[in-house]
Write a protein that binds this ligand. Structure first.
Ligand code: PEP
Length: 251
């Protein structure tokens, strides 16, 4: 059975001292044994302080982004090796804000996936359609192209650590969550795609998360969908009690 995964993406929120306070609070609230994997994703500068604050906790650390390059003269970039060194276990790749605001293409994301996998962290490949694409009934074609181009050149053995997050752009930060039926339909489509391209084993093994205005009120019904293996939470992950209550729905 696939273990549920709950990821809190803080985006560009919380200073270092606020981040330390937040993970300390989460560590206290989630001190018992957890059935789900819990991952917090603070801004880069807070990763090392959070690593220290989370010592002896089962809460894991993730990064919001990674360089497509290994090392060298790339001012402002943060490499996969640097993330691994501060005990990051997960890395978001291709969040829609990175794609839209920072123009990250599927080809760039393919390079980022290579970096994350080479350094043996778990990439969380984010895919999702815009409202316009959905309205034009092009959602499945669009998602298939994102999967094909981002995963180009990988064979099944390369992708043991892959996590996919379905995040419809129209649901991110809008309060406009996708309907449980719409979510299940897309997750099933992604799982079928993995089976067609790779194998049934790979389709069964790969966690597929949902993201888009998840909160303590809707997390339960979303995570009860057959092909939903957890959630990627933005806004509601900034409040410790809200995030913990979402985690409780994953147990
Ligand atoms: C996200 O940032 O990935 C996200 C889903 O945000 P929100 O939960 O705020 O919609």
């Amino acid at each position: 059975m696939r273990k549920k995964i709950v990821i809190g993406n803080w985006k560009m929120n919380k200073t270092v001292s606020e981040s330390i306070r937040m993970v300390t609070e989460l560590k206290n609230l989630l001190s018992g044994k957890q059935d789900a994997e819990i991952v917090v994703v603070p801004p880069f500068v807070s990763l090392h302080p959070c690593e220290i604050a989370l010592h002896e906790s089962s809460i894991m650390l993730g990064a919001q982004n990674v360089s497509a390059f290994d090392h060298g003269a790339y001012t402002g970039e943060v490499s996969a090796a640097m993330l691994l060194d501060v005990q990051c276990e997960y890395v978001l790749v291709g969040h829609s804000e990175r794609r839209e605001i920072f123009d990250e293409s599927n080809q760039t994301l393919n390079q980022k996936l290579k970096q994350v996998l080479e350094y043996e962290m778990r990439p969380v490949l984010c895919i999702g359609e815009s409202a316009l694409t959905r309205k034009a009934t092009k959602t499945f074609d669009f998602l298939q192209t994102q999967l094909q181009e981002c995963l180009r050149g990988f064979v099944e053995d390369d992708l043991d650590a892959l996590v996919i997050a379905y995040e419809p752009i129209w649901a991110i930060g809008t309060g406009d969550t996708a309907e449980p039926g719409q979510i299940q339909e897309v997750h099933q489509f992604i799982r079928d795609y993995l089976e067609k391209q790779y194998s049934k084993a790979m389709a069964n093994m790969t966690p597929i998360l949902y993201g888009g205005s998840v909160n303590q009120g809707n997390a339960d019904v979303i995570m009860k969908q057959k092909d939903v293996d957890g959630v990627l939470v933005g806004g509601a992950s900034l409040d410790a009690e809200h995030f913990v209550s979402i985690v409780q729905h994953a147990q």
